[in-house]
Design a protein around this ligand. Structure first.
Ligand SMILES: *[C@@H]1O[C@H](CO)[C@@H](O)[C@H](O)[C@H]1NC(C)=O
Ligand SMILES: *[C@@H]1O[C@H](CO)[C@@H](O)[C@H](O)[C@H]1NC(C)=O
Length: 252
């Protein structure tokens, strides 16, 4: 899912809107350094306000739906589905309904990792897929549309960042991002176009996918997490390159 992230956008949006220009444009309060209650509150407000529209004047794209241009899951001989699956133009919806949002670590010196977390009650991935390989040792082949619904996923990320001086101002540089996605409460798959559209084989394969949804998802999870982390890294890098870090917070 190479365009998955809402978290970077939250963070990005939060800080964007706390900058002087953003404040002027959007009338948001700036928080003190390290005030995670305030950062969390503003993140919540911004998600509700801008999640579906983005902020065009600030070049922040919407993140509900969030468009992932491509995602490739490599074959995994240890998984129930040992297939190469590639997805294109996947839309993820449901991210504006994120709950239990927590934002921590935007301190003055950024000496500890930044952490961002939330619960997404229902995330729906829909888009085109193509795949071939084996399911339970039987040949598998498909090309068409697919929908994957995940309910109650917790996303927790740790961001290793540091301040670097540029033209006499501090900028936040993101070193490393790690992200953990909890096991969803429920997963539901619907893949069209399996076995060249053969309805019986398709129904059997979808039943199999849904009957083993958790285990199949486990096989996909490391790749999903990795891609989320990469996207988060990219977005945060983009955002924090733009504005001096200290301009995003109330002066002390
Ligand atoms: C998800 O997060 C919520 C709130 O922090 C917590 O109550 C719940 O146990 C978590 N679920 C999982 C599966 O980690
Ligand atoms: C980045 O984070 C991952 C996961 O926590 C870790 O394995 C890796 O060593 C880290 N890399 C750097 C350069 O810090």
């Amino acid at each position: 899912m190479s365009r998955i992230s809402w978290i970077p956008l939250f963070a990005c949006a939060v800080l964007y809107m706390q900058s002087a220009t953003a404040q002027k444009a959007l009338d948001f309060e700036r928080c003190r350094y390290g005030d995670s209650v305030c950062h969390t509150k503003i993140t919540n407000e911004l998600i509700k306000k801008y999640g579906a529209t983005g902020v065009r004047s600030l070049h922040i794209p919407p993140f509900d739906p969030l468009r992932i241009k491509s995602l490739v899951l490599p074959p995994n001989p240890k998984a129930l589905i040992n297939a190469r699956l590639s997805f294109t133009n996947v839309d993820i919806t449901g991210l504006t309904n994120a709950q239990n949002i927590k934002v921590e670590g935007f301190t003055r010196d950024v000496t500890s990792p930044i952490s961002l977390s939330c619960t997404v009650p229902k995330a729906r991935f829909s888009g085109a897929y193509e795949g071939e390989g084996k399911i339970l040792g039987a040949n598998f082949q498909g090309k068409g549309n697919c929908v994957i619904e995940l309910s109650d996923i917790n996303l927790t990320s740790k961001i290793d960042a540091k301040l670097v001086q540029k033209s006499g101002k501090n900028y936040l540089v993101i070193n490393n991002v790690s992200l953990v996605m909890s096991k969803p409460k429920n997963v539901r798959y619907q893949l069209d176009g399996l076995y060249h559209g053969n309805p019986e084989l398709s129904a059997t394969a979808n039943d199999f996918l849904n009957g083993n949804a958790d285990e199949i998802f486990e096989g996909m999870r490391p790749d999903m997490q990795e891609i989320f982390a990469v996207v988060l890294h990219e977005y945060m890098t983009k955002c924090f390159n733009e504005w001096p870090y200290d301009d995003l917070f109330l002066p002390e």
